[in-house]
Ligand binder design. Structure first.
Ligand code: DAH
Length: 340
C-alpha cells in the first residue's frame, strides 16, 4: 500500500497536462467515485490498527498534494485562457519543474563538516592532481610502498612525480606547510585509485581527512572527538571501538569501528554478525611527518583521521551497492530529496 501511495504521489507531482480536459480526466481517475485514491481509502478501512496511523498520514499527504496540484493547474489554465485574448500575463506562475536535490554524498559530506565545525574545525582544500611529496613522501611512505605502484595509483606517463591523489591525507601536508599550530582542519575531497579491476569497486570515491595539532594533544582527545562524531552521525547510543593498526603517517595507528546502527549491535548481515562496522583509520601524527612539514615535533603533537564518505553514506542510508552513487539514476537520487 505504501508503494502505491508513493507511486500516486509521484504521478501527481509529475503530471503536466497540455489541455484542461486532460486535467479533468486526471481528477476523475484519481478522486472520482471509482478513482484510485478513493479505492485506496476503501482499502485503508481494512488495514491492521497498528498500521493505521502511518498509512493514514501518508494518504492525507497524498490527498492534499493531489488537490493542491489540481487547483494550481486549474488556475494556470484559467490565467492562460484570459491571457490569450490580450497581452501575455507576466504574473502567471511558472511551470512546476522538478527542482532537483542534493546528492547523498554531498548530504553526508556537509553533515560531517557541520559536526566537526562544532568542535572548532574549519574546512581545508587541496588539488586532486598532486605530486609524490604531498601524497607519499611527506607522509613517511617508504620508497617501495605498494601504494606507489602503478597498479594502485594513477600516474601521469610523462612525469612520474605527478599523480592523482589516492587519499585526502595530502591536504594535511599542505595545511601543515602553510599554517602554524594550533591547527584544526577537516578536508573533504575526491580521491582516485586504480581499483577498477572488480565490477564492485570504483576508481573514484570521496574521503574526509581530519587533522588536529597543538601542544599536548593526546590519544584521549582523538578518542573523545571520534566518539562525539559517531554519536552525532549515527545516533546517541553509538559506541566506538579502536583496534591497533598501521599507517606510515601515524604512530600509534588505529582503525575505528562503530556499533552497527542497523541491528543495534546484536549482529546482522551488514555487520557480518559482529555488531561492529569499520569506518575509519586514525592515529597520532608521526613525528617524521610533523618535521617533514616544518612543525617542531618536540613542541607539538597531533592526531589525524581519514574516512570514506561513500562508506558512511551506505551505512547511514542503508545503501547496499556503492555504484548507485555514481550512476545518477533519478529514481535513486530523488529518495534523498526533502520534497518527497
Ligand atoms: N589515508 C588513509 C587511507 O586512505 C586513511 C587514514 C588513516 C587517514 C589514518 C589518516 C589516518 O589521517 O590517521 O586509507
Amino acid at each position: 500500500m505504501i508503494a502505491k501511495i508513493e507511486e500516486l504521489l509521484r504521478r501527481v507531482e509529475d503530471f503536466r497536462p497540455k489541455a484542461e480536459a486532460e486535467l479533468e480526466e486526471f481528477r476523475i481517475k484519481l478522486l472520482g467515485k471509482k478513482g484510485e485514491l478513493t479505492a485506496l481509502m476503501d482499502e485503508f478501512r481494512t488495514v491492521a490498527p497498528e498500521m493505521k496511523r502511518e498509512l493514514g498520514q501518508k494518504i492525507n499527504t497524498l490527498k492534499t498534494a493531489a488537490l493542491d496540484r489540481i487547483n494550481t493547474l486549474k488556475q494556470e489554465f484559467a490565467t492562460a485562457g484570459s491571457a490569450q485574448g490580450g497581452t501575455d500575463d507576466l504574473t502567471r506562475p511558472g511551470t512546476n519543474d522538478y527542482p532537483g536535490s542534493r546528492h547523498p554524498i554531498s548530504i553526508v559530506r556537509n553533515e560531517m563538516v557541520e559536526i566537526f565545525a562544532r568542535l572548532g574545525y574549519t574546512v581545508a582544500d587541496g588539488p586532486e592532481i598532486e605530486d609524490d611529496w604531498h601524497v607519499f613522501s611527506a607522509l613517511n611512505f617508504p620508497e617501495d610502498h605498494p601504494a606507489r605502484d602503478m597498479q594502485d595509483t594513477f600516474f601521469i606517463e610523462k612525469n612520474p612525480d605527478i599523480l592523482l591523489r589516492t587519499h585526502t591525507s595530502s591536504i594535511q601536508v599542505r595545511v601543515m606547510e602553510t599554517q602554524k599550530p594550533p591547527i584544526r582542519v577537516i578536508c573533504p575531497g575526491r580521491v582516485f585509485r586504480n581499483e577498477a579491476i572488480s565490477s564492485r569497486s570504483h576508481c573514484i570515491f570521496h574521503q574526509v581527512e581530519g587533522l588536529y595539532i597543538d601542544r599536548n594533544v593526546s590519544f584521549a582527545d582523538l578518542k573523545q572527538s571520534l566518539l562525539y562524531f559517531a554519536k552525532e552521525m549515527f545516533g546517541e547510543d553509538s559506541k566506538i571501538r579502536l583496534r591497533p593498526s598501521f599507517f606510515p603517517f601515524t604512530e600509534p595507528s588505529a582503525e575505528m569501528d562503530v556499533s552497527c546502527n542497523l541491528c543495534g549491535g546484536k549482529g546482522c548481515n551488514v555487520c557480518k554478525g559482529t555488531g561492529w562496522l569499520e569506518i575509519l583509520g586514525c592515529g597520532m601524527v608521526d613525528p617524521n611527518v610533523l618535521e617533514a612539514c616544518g612543525i617542531d615535533s618536540t613542541r607539538y603533537t597531533g592526531f589525524a583521521f581519514g574516512m570514506g564518505i561513500e562508506r558512511i553514506a551506505m551505512l547511514k542510508f542503508g545503501v547496499r551497492d556503492i555504484r548507485l552513487f555514481f550512476e545518477n539514476d533519478v529514481r535513486f537520487l530523488r529518495q534523498f530529496s526533502p520534497a518527497l
